[in-house]
Design a protein around this ligand. Structure first.
Ligand SMILES: [Zn+2]
Ligand SMILES: [Zn+2]
Length: 249
């Protein structure tokens, strides 16, 4: 009797509490790990190659020769950033934007983690390329307001997929700076200068660090983190973000 009840429980729950899409509320199959309906999942648009390996920017067809040779894009060759590699997984639009918004401002951790799991097959290309995962830290004031760092939630999931340690206290934010929203490229770079520091250098010396953030806009914040990490002895610094605000091609 106990066994019968156990196997019938999911069906009973599904009738009483049908699974709903976490974004639009439509019914979804109860087994889906990412509780988004078909329409919302179709709205998640991956950033496909060809991309610049350094800044992750998608390249137009005339730029193909650059990627064929595995070379960075023109701007990255002219002014190489501190970041060695960048991988943005989804365009920051539609369901991806909404999911990140729910994670960040409404604390829907499960939804954020599920979004990373949905990108699983795109993350495995990073296997073996890094030694540890470090989330981009949030400033103290915002951490107090929000109660958590969304990049750490995403970083935990990325680290588990790649089988890497998650180092939460290696890179820290020592200064808030103004919000980056509304600032242009060079102003963003100036705004984040001196905002980060490294503690526990011994964990970073000669290591290949994979930074994790929720959204990539200009890359100024992650690039400043890479500068600090390299000054502290990191051998290589890459960045993966769930979404990137690149203009669509
Ligand atoms: Zn939906
Ligand atoms: Zn580039």
């Amino acid at each position: 009797m106990k066994m019968l009840w156990k196997s019938a429980l999911p069906i009973v729950l599904e009738v009483l509490l049908p699974s709903r899409c976490a974004l639009c509320g439509d019914a979804v199959e109860p087994t889906r790990s990412l509780s988004l309906c078909h329409a919302c999942r179709r709205d998640l648009r991956p950033i496909e190659p060809p991309r610049c390996p350094t800044c992750g920017r998608p390249l137009a067809v005339p730029d193909l020769t650059e990627t064929d040779a595995g070379l960075p894009c023109g701007p990255c060759r002219l002014a190489p950033p501190h970041l060695d590699h960048t991988l943005g997984l989804l365009y920051f639009e539609g369901a991806a934007r909404e999911t990140i918004h729910r994670l960040k401002y409404q604390g829907h951790w499960q939804l954020g983690r599920a979004l990373v799991q949905w990108c699983h097959s795109r993350l495995v290309c990073l296997q073996g390329a890094y030694d540890l995962v470090a989330p981009v830290p949030l400033d103290r004031r915002r951490l107090r307001q929000r109660g958590f760092n969304q990049s750490a939630v995403i970083g935990r999931e990325v680290a588990s997929i790649l089988g890497l340690p998650l180092v939460l206290n290696g890179l820290i934010r020592i200064r808030g700076g103004q919000p980056q929203v509304g600032l242009k490229g060079t102003a963003r770079q100036r705004n984040v200068r001196g905002c980060f520091a490294v503690q526990h250098h011994e964990r970073l010396v000669s290591s290949r660090v994979l930074l994790v953030d929720d959204v990539l806009t200009t890359g100024a914040t992650a690039n400043e983190c890479a500068r600090i990490l390299k000054a502290a002895g990191a051998e290589e610094v890459g960045l993966v973000t769930v979404a990137a605000a690149y203009a669509s091609l």
